[in-house]
Design a protein around this ligand. Sequence first.
Ligand SMILES: Nc1nc2c(ncn2[C@@H]2O[C@H](COP(=O)(O)OP(=O)(O)OP(=O)(O)O)[C@@H](O)[C@H]2O)c(=O)[nH]1
Length: 341
Amino acid sequence: MDDFLAFTPVTLITGFLGSGKTTLLKRLLAHPALADCAVLINEFGEIGLDHQLVERVEGDMVLLQSGCLCCTVRGELSEALRDLLSKRERGEVAPFRRIVIESTGLADPFPVLSTLKADPVLRHHLKAGRVITTIDAVNGLGQLDVYEETVRQAAIADCLVITKTDLLTEDTVDPLMARLSAINPDGRFFFAAAPSLDADSLIAEGADLNLDRLQSPSGFYCEAPIPDGGEGHTRRISAFSITVEQRVDWTAFAIWLTMLINRHGAKVLRVKGILHLEGEENPVAVHGVQHLVHPPVHLERPVAEDRRSHLVFIVDGLDCALLKRSFEAFTLAKQSLNPVA
Ligand SMILES: Nc1nc2c(ncn2[C@@H]2O[C@H](COP(=O)(O)OP(=O)(O)OP(=O)(O)O)[C@@H](O)[C@H]2O)c(=O)[nH]1
């Protein structure tokens, strides 16, 4: 067997909610070194949207949903990886040379990596490649203060990719870098906004993860099983989705979202959606992270047969029913609310 088939590297892209994992993944997938890789995307929430935005939905892209990789879907991760390996063996997928996993923004990377190490089949076929952690330059410092997941994601990274520096003045990123260096003195910094992100160095071979770091002196390693339902995370965090059957009135939606973010921005850890708007042929992707709402992106093609609009919220201590009522009041849209966590 070829060496690469014996030990396929697994690159893990992690980083807090909305920090730019999917954006980075899309960019890396355009790189020749990642031309022949299989991709696993894990989303926290019943309706996964990221795989629709990566624009490469083939047999070698797998979506793991309805839970977080580090808790509810660890078994699914092992299964999905074994399934990919056996499909490759049988020639049912292209003979990929690498696997890239994009975890949810809430995933603790330590249990994810220990799954690779502990699984008797996987550990003979896969090797841990680089851990790439995205950190949002706008929200990163605040998130490190409040969400332990963010600290864990930074602690284990080989590469710390700071995103959204284009939205800051240069010097304001220094405190974030100092904080990250204190958490992870060995992590190498990259900047997503750099015109030519050094993708070669980001995904380079030969610098495989030192699994000893799983027993980090900072005491991050968590051997204890995390209960189902994502309870390993801050308990007030919940995810839900809103599905809108008819086309959305953009003006009403934008006013509603602005008011929500002005009032509760700190609690809206993530909002993302694919909206079909009145008068528009193709959908629009909407992204918000706490007080930061990114400009909507007009997609160049329909992303799926489904012409309904979907919005996913991950909130910290916000009442889902209240959000639904306010959404209804402003957009006068008929929608259904699906609590998922
Ligand atoms: N200005 C700017 N925007 C960015 C950058 N990186 C990501 N974004 C935007 O940030 C938003 C969220 O990016 P995603 O790539 O979806 O983030 P994510 O980490 O995959 O999000 P989740 O999977 O929901 O946790 C999108 O609107 C991106 O266009 C960056 O470097 N600069």
